[in-house]
Design a protein around this ligand. Structure first.
Ligand SMILES: [Fe+2]
Length: 188
């Protein structure tokens, strides 16, 4: 039996106490859900599991020596998380050396930093995600001291790997997050 979305969320909650990190994984899962609906509609749940678990060991094991390797060891031991999800989680850490071969892996990497960035943009807008346009996100990306921890380089590489213009990919992520704006608290 493969892990379900609910089980993945419960596992993530067991490992992560931080509301911020839980929220980040929910946002990435929402973007993965939307991407799967376009790319691999029969596998939406697996793509969501990938999003929900991609940083689940980060709170307890944040170093490059341990994240995401400790979490992956745990998932392998459980035996209910398939190798495509495992490879995608490994591949989202650029230093792991694991190539992002699958569409799932490419999308996870491409939405990870961008989802965080869009959430940061929403926080400084009176209406949150409502009415947010890619143009505004692109402008913020050019502002080096805004959400400075977010790697612009990784966002650009993610888009390149998907073969999408940044504006197109940003629009897709805005759309995905907007669809769940209420439960992700992205509206005032
Ligand atoms: Fe992440």
């Amino acid at each position: 039996m493969s892990i379900t979305v609910d089980q993945a969320r419960a596992l993530m909650h067991q490992w992560v106490a931080s509301e911020g990190l839980r929220h980040h994984m929910e946002c990435v899962a929402a973007c993965m859900q939307a991407a799967a609906l376009k790319v691999e509609p029969t596998e939406v749940d697996r793509w969501m599991v990938c999003g929900l678990l991609h940083d689940f060991d980060y709170e307890q094991h944040p170093t490059q020596e341990e994240h995401p390797f400790v979490g992956i060891a745990h998932l392998r031991e459980r035996g209910d998380v398939d190798s495509e999800i495992i490879e995608a989680i490994l591949g989202h850490a650029t230093y792991s050396g694991v190539p992002r071969d699958s569409a799932m892996a490419k999308h996870l990497f491409a939405v990870d930093e961008l989802a965080g960035f869009i959430v940061a943009v929403c926080k400084v807008r009176p209406n949150g995600i409502e009415g947010l346009k890619p143009k505004s996100v692109l402008k913020k990306l050019k502002t080096a001291n805004f959400a400075a921890a977010v790697s612009r380089q990784d966002i650009a590489l993610g888009c390149l790997e998907l073969g999408l213009e940044e504006a197109q990919h940003i629009q897709a992520c805005i759309h995905a997050l907007s669809a769940r704006a209420q439960d992700l608290s992205l509206m005032p």
